[in-house]
Design a protein around this ligand. Sequence first.
Ligand SMILES: [Fe+2]
Length: 472
Amino acid sequence: MNIGHGSVGLAIGADELETDLAGDGPILVFDLRLADEYSRGHVKGSVHAVCDTQAKETIMPKIPKGVKIILIDTDGSHSAQTAQMMSAYGLDAHYLRGGMTGWNGPVIEGGPQAVVEPEALLEAMGSGKDMVVVDVRQPDEFEEFSIPGSINIPLPDLFKKENIVRIQGKGRVFTVCTHGNRSMVGAFALARSGIDALSLAGGLVGWGQVLQSHVVTREGPVIIQVEKTGKGCLSYIVGSEGQAVVIDPVYPVEKYLEFASREGLEIKKVLDTHHHADHVSAARDLASVSGARLHMSRYEGYDFESEVLVDGATILVGRSEITALHTPGHTAGSLSFVLDGRFVFTGDVLFVDDVGRPDLRSSAGKFAAELYASLHQKILAMPDETVVLPAHHGSRAKPAGGVFLTTIGDARMLDMLGMDQEKFVQTVVSSTVPKPMNYEKIIRINKSREEVPVCEVPDLEVGPNRCSTSAA
Ligand SMILES: [Fe+2]
């Protein structure tokens, strides 16, 4: 094969590769052969890489400048062309002259590096086994939001030996970033140090879309709490006599069908507590795919058709009854839903360890006063033993058996609920919690003023929920 003049200076011999591998310099060694050839024997510290269009568009731009790249294939032909292309892109790319046929050094066996799906990472986190999640984004991105317990080593620093000791011997290593590209390069970098890291597929954007279900109760009505892990959004499936109502569903909607059918329930009605600003409501889509009826607050001014709920309206689900309670303050039309007088779904009005923040838009003072009235006159008017099930949790809230809940009795002890109205309003108005990312667009989508393909929802929703006053 004619490899052209441009690649000639990019060739390195086996001796130079050995020297590079033994040195401390930042290098990445990519093996471009077929996966099974790689598995049968490859240079230690090399990673299997597929050089397709996707890799060119996603992985290549994430390789830090100053990192020496060495490509290996069977005979040095394809790798020469690829090195030339990467070099033209501005990378310090080289290839092993003669490929693996020109390599007489030791080889090791083993399959290509794998990615980890978000669900599997979640399982690993809950397994109690030693592990470390390395977030390879920049510190400002990490500060914005991160997977709880993860450590931050920005990608360029993963090539420095002094950072490797921070993760050596800590068990399984997982690398994460926003979309899963930098973390893949990070896993490649770690392979050189003998660390077999798994990169989180789809990154934090994919992580943000994982839904987990936990049973709140099966005595009387069945209540399943569905947590959107990466965002802290909580939604609910309430079932009785084979029928189910879903409250505040999020994407992906298919999970509600799965969770409901696992309990032998058919989704008959879908409700939202309020006009959400931090995530895209899946209420309309879930109603449409399940054939359920959609019920939304009369007081929010949605631009789409639904059966409207007013204060005091009731919805039957099997032998249980849900009563809507108008509890404005977070938004003007926020509803809380009381189930059989024993449970209250408070939306973003009251959380486990905090109260909601007033509407994310203007008139904070007026909304704060309404929130105070809703909390004291309606929510806290319920008996102490009433179980409170909110629509979000902050990072400080600790679940009991996987479930985030509190009771009215415990909620009375919250600092915010011990304040008089003046102090409450003053505290809420002076709270300077930043707004959720993309909230204006999300508000328009949820009001039905803007359409968005479902595949764009994960990117829109990346980041924390920031719904409570302190937004822990
Ligand atoms: Fe909200």
